[in-house]
Design a protein around this ligand. Sequence first.
Ligand code: FES
Length: 231
Amino acid sequence: MATVISNQQVAQGVFRLSAQGRFSGKMGQFYMLRAGERYPLLSRPISIFDLAEDRIDFLYLVAGEGTALLSRLKPGDALALDGPFGNGFPELAGKTAFVGGGIGIAPFFYALKEAPEADVYLGFSREAYMVEEFRQAAGGPVVVDVGGSILDKLDFHAYDTIIACGPHPMLHAVQRMQAEAGSRAKVYVSLENRMACGIGACLVCSVKCRDGRKKACADGPVFLAEEVVFE
Ligand code: FES
């Protein structure tokens, strides 16, 4: 249980939630969050957006009942959270690009603390948000697209490692474009699957992979792009 410090709307339906406490986690991992009373069905997996000694921040999109309840939290309210869960990002080798679509930008802010030299690509369908914060945190370029495809601005040959997070159609396009480009980059996708338990017990987050079904929460959420079978 943690205490909410702030819960600010940064764009339509997008909130930045800060909670007080000592938490841990590596880049690309997530916590299961719920507002107030224990009610596991309403726990939602939310990536670590930022982490400091006495505080953890999450960036989330209101997409259902669980996140709507989160959006009503006020400073001083209790936030129930478990984690960190998931495998997180791999070790980053060589020139790296972080590619986020929509709320999929969230894990890269924290990742910039470990890899400030990474190039950042942020794509939004209607409204950009947190771009200034990313520009301040990044040591390299921050490329932004609103209304088009951020992937059109990405040269798959320019990087050794690419990590993408966003909706499945975008990640599927990443997989396709890597194959078409014949890029030798290691390309990873961080999946935004629905989850219930977050610990590998319920199978809600099942992912079809070339070597069978895996669990986004326990085996992922980060997979090699070529490993995933997008349906
Ligand atoms: Fe339950 Fe992944 S969320 S197994």
